[in-house]
Write a new protein. Structure first.
Ligand code: PHE
Length: 349
């Protein structure tokens, strides 16, 4: 009878090696361990044995059962592993080419910013950056903007509560924190860190309490520019801006400087442009940016001698450029993430 048990174990091992589906596994279980299964039947043989023979047979039966159950367990695990693999689908092939690039695109404001940056890079400007939260001193005082200037009013500027702490923003004293109203503050931070001659542009996000019409938004983007060297004149300013604007809007462009006022430039100007290729804005004077010669007071403040150094600065709205280039009349389109709007620019630069 013990030979029978060995035969059953051998048979179970052979069968379970070939079983590959759940149905075959269940079938094998019924044939061997089920109520009428071979091992169950063999176990019943114990009744025919003498008292003396029973313990040895009982031991052999237990061993046989353990082995058989082990075969079923191993086989069950391999069936489950195969099912898991099947549910993962086909094996991924990392060497296949990636999805076509037309499925996504950059935002029109990103496109304009990159274009502006790349034009200035060609003439030696580098990009400077600072934080969007700024201190009142860097945003206003250092830019010669007095306490009673309207820009410093809560009506115009977003102030943080008095005790806000910002570990990453250096302060001059204990002045308040604001959301920067322009990227001109980057001029000051750069002038403290670097020695002239220098040429930087500072693209970035700015914030004002500004909701007057569809061409203004409380959140917008600017690019500040700063050039400091020896003997820099208005002629240099005009030449650089003409070059830049022609690269951006085309060769047929005309520009003019109109007298204006900014506390940190003297003299100050607004730049207007006129071009025949701007859709319904063609051949009209359009205000595009502010600029001027860096005020000697600003140079003194960053420890530069105005007798030795001079420079110019300019600031331009990224949204404004994008609106003129693409004939967009409502600034809110840029922020609504409407695919019908965005998909028109996915490959534009
Ligand atoms: N900071 C000004 C503004 O936000 C623009 C400007 C920059 C003007 C640099 C002159 C020089 O309107």
């Amino acid at each position: 009878m013990e030979n029978d048990l060995q035969a059953i174990v051998a048979q179970a091992e052979t069968i379970l090696k070939t079983v590959s589906s759940r149905a075959d596994w269940e079938q094998a279980k019924a044939t061997i361990l089920g109520p009428n299964g071979s091992l169950t039947q063999a176990a019943k043989g114990i009744g025919q044995l003498t008292k003396e023979e029973r313990p040895a047979f009982g031991q052999a039966l237990n061993q046989a059962k353990k082995k058989v159950e082990g075969f079923f367990k191993t086989s069950n695990e391999s069936i489950e592993a195969q099912a898991d693999l099947a549910s993962l689908g086909e094996k991924a092939d990392p060497s296949l080419p990636s999805v076509p690039s037309h499925l996504g695109g950059t935002h029109p404001l990103t496109n304009v910013r990159r274009r502006v940056v790349s034009i200035f890079r060609k003439i030696g400007f580098t990009v400077a950056e600072a934080t969007e939260v700024e201190t009142e001193w860097f945003c206003f005082d250092a830019l010669n903007t007095p306490d009673d200037h309207p820009a410093r009013d809560e009506q115009d500027t977003l102030f943080f509560p008095p005790n806000s702490t910002w570990a990453n923003i250096t302060q001059k004293a204990k002045e308040a924190h604001v959301l920067r109203t322009h990227t001109s503050s980057v001029q000051i931070r750069t002038l403290f860190k670097e020695k002239p001659p220098l040429r930087i542009i500072a693209p970035g996000r700015c914030f004002r309490r500004d909701t007057v019409d569809a061409t203004h938004s409380a959140n917008f983007h600017q690019t500040e520019g700063l050039y400091v060297d020896k003997n820099v004149t208005v002629k240099d300013l005009k030449a650089v801006l003409d070059y830049f604007l022609k690269e951006l809007f085309g060769d047929k462009l005309e520009t003019r400087l109109r007298p204006s006022f900014f506390p940190f430039t003297e003299p100050s100007f607004e730049v207007d442009l006129k071009a025949p290729n701007l859709g319904k804005l063609s051949n009209k004077w359009i205000e595009i940016m502010g600029c001027g010669m860096v005020d000697p007071e600003v140079l003194k403040l960053v420890n530069l001698d105005p007798e030795e150094w001079s420079g110019f600065a300019f600031g331009l709205g990224i949204e404004r450029v994008a609106m003129i280039l693409h004939g967009i009349d409502d600034i809110r389109h840029f922020y609504q993430n409407d695919q019908r709007f965005l998909s028109q620019f996915s490959n534009a630069t």
